[in-house]
Design a protein around this ligand. Structure first.
Ligand SMILES: *Cc1c(COP(=O)(O)O)cnc(C)c1O
Length: 481
């Protein structure tokens, strides 16, 4: 298996070469040269693997189709080490929960539980594997890596919980001082591992991001201190997510002649892009429904063919904050497939075109219609009022509490139900992470998993700093010896 850049760079790379990299040298994203196909016999076999051996074995089978530069027994060991009941809370790892009202013949929809990992959001599903892959590959090369990132919540904590205690990796994570929820701060700052450095910046999230950009642009510093990232465009993260589309499908169906649809609460298009990959491999997915919040860049594209990135003033701060994006960083992968891998055109519209005019328009391109007709995409959007209403409705009807992001998914899923096809909504976080909005909707605190009792009063390890590049560089260099 070789990987190519969506923008047409001539290099072809193997999995472990792109594992520790972010963007391709031409600014594009990596995609496999072609998607391995899972035919009827292979799908039957994978269903048996899932039923008899569970998630880790399924993960190993699917990852093996894309990773041919890690010996099979090592990859198997990495999967076994990652997807454990201890870390993810259940033996099934991603159990399906039917939402069914009393007296009805079948569930209205299913929630696929992806949020029972250490940080209670679906990003753990991929990040936990990434932590183990990084440690493995760095040891093999005898190298070290310093991850420098910015977070307003979910991504940073998932990265820290994945990398804590890993050999060869340090994490320097900036966050806006005093702006994360008390629960999120407690989650991150209570990590006392020596290789995890929390840096609270006196400023807003953009100040943190500017520091990350400034450091990545300083090539000498970057090279000297082996600075890397773990952002959502990493192919290994996307690949890890493909597995749970298969696991969701096997749980919702009895046989492989059936199809299912997925609704995915979306921001950077990483999660639903994994669904697209699963569908391209031949998993019988009928629809992939993209659910956005008020930041509806993606919904706009699927409705109109126009992709228009938003400025800072156009980007809303919402009650499903992990979907507050101004552009969808993984979207280029799907567009590359939609344009039949015409990488010159991808380069033109995403490279210069987007930075010059801030949008591209495929509405007149005959290939745009294929987004729905051939690739199965549909979309919808949800607002704060919808979110509250959906949280109330799901609690009243099914006695189940859902978080704000999952609520956006359920709201949009309900607009795309088809009585013949089971609908699976991906549960991307647990309600306790967004307690304030849950209280607003239900007038009560969400349930707190026992392992999180009292985390707000644990000792914290965080350094508060000004948004000053020289200070940050000095801090990194001091902690790299
Ligand atoms: C990251 C995140 C999303 C959005 O996922 P993308 O892969 O960026 O589309 C949705 N919900 C939650 C809770 C998240 O943390």
């Amino acid at each position: 298996m070789r990987y190519l850049s969506t923008r047409g760079h001539a290099d072809r790379k193997r999995f472990c070469e792109i594992l520790l990299e972010g963007l391709a040298p031409d600014g594009g994203l990596y995609l496999p040269e072609s998607y391995p196909k899972v035919d009827a016999a292979a799908l039957t076999r994978l269903r048996q693997v899932w039923q008899n051996q569970g998630y880790t074995a399924l993960a190993f089978e699917i990852l093996s189709l894309y990773i041919d530069d890690i010996p099979a027994q090592d990859l198997k060991a990495l999967c076994d080490k990652t997807y454990t009941e201890k870390v993810f809370g259940t033996a099934q790892i991603v159990p399906l929960k039917p939402l069914q009202s009393a007296g009805s013949a079948k569930p209205e929809l299913y929630l696929e539980a992806l949020s029972n990992g250490p940080t209670l959001a679906f990003k753990d599903m991929a990040m936990q594997l990434l932590g183990n892959l990084f440690e493995y590959e760095l040891a093999r090369r005898g190298e070290e890596l310093n991850i420098f990132g910015a977070t307003s919540g979910d991504t940073g904590s998932a990265a820290e919980y994945a990398m804590r205690g890993k050999k060869g990796v340090r994490v320097f994570m900036t966050s806006p001082h005093g702006r994360m929820s008390p629960f999120q701060q407690a989650q991150m700052f209570s990590l006392l591992d020596e290789n995890i450095h929390n840096i609270a910046i006196e400023g807003v999230f953009d100040d943190c991001q500017d520091l990350v950009k400034a450091v990545s642009n300083d090539l000498d510093f970057k090279r000297q201190y082996k600075i890397g990232t773990v952002n959502s465009i990493n192919w290994a993260r996307l690949l890890a997510q493909v597995v749970y589309y298969f696991a969701g499908y096997f749980q919702a169906t009895q046989g492989n002649d059936q199809t299912v649809s997925f609704t995915v609460p979306s921001g950077n298009f990483g999660n639903v892009c994994a669904g697209h990959v699963a569908r391209m491999m031949g998993l019988p997915i009928h629809r992939l429904v993209v659910a956005t919040n008020e930041n509806d860049v993606l919904d706009e594209f699927f409705r109109t063919g126009v992709y228009r990135v938003r400025g800072t003033s156009d980007t809303h701060e919402t009650s499903s904050p992990s979907m507050d994006i101004s552009k969808a960083s993984n979207f280029e992968r799907f567009v590359c497939d939609l344009l039949e891998r015409d990488t010159a055109q991808v380069n033109a519209i995403f490279g210069e075109g987007l930075s010059r005019q801030g949008f591209f328009d495929l509405s007149a391109d005959p290939r745009f219609a294929k987004a729905a007709d051939f690739y199965g995409f549909q979309s919808g959007k949800s607002t704060h009022a919808d979110r509250l209403k959906t949280i109330q409705q799901v609690f009243a009807k099914y006695g189940v509490m859902i978080d704000t992001h999952t609520a956006d998914g359920v709201k949009v899923a309900q607009e795309h139900l088809d009585p013949r096809v089971p609908m699976i909504v991906l549960e991307t976080a647990l309600p306790i992470k967004f307690a304030a909005t849950l209280v607003e909707a239900l007038g009560r605190q969400p349930d707190r998993p026992p392992q999180f009792e009292g985390i707000e009063s644990l000792p914290k390890r965080v350094t508060v700093m000004k948004a000053d590049l020289a200070d940050i560089k000095a801090y990194i260099s001091k902690h790299c010896d």
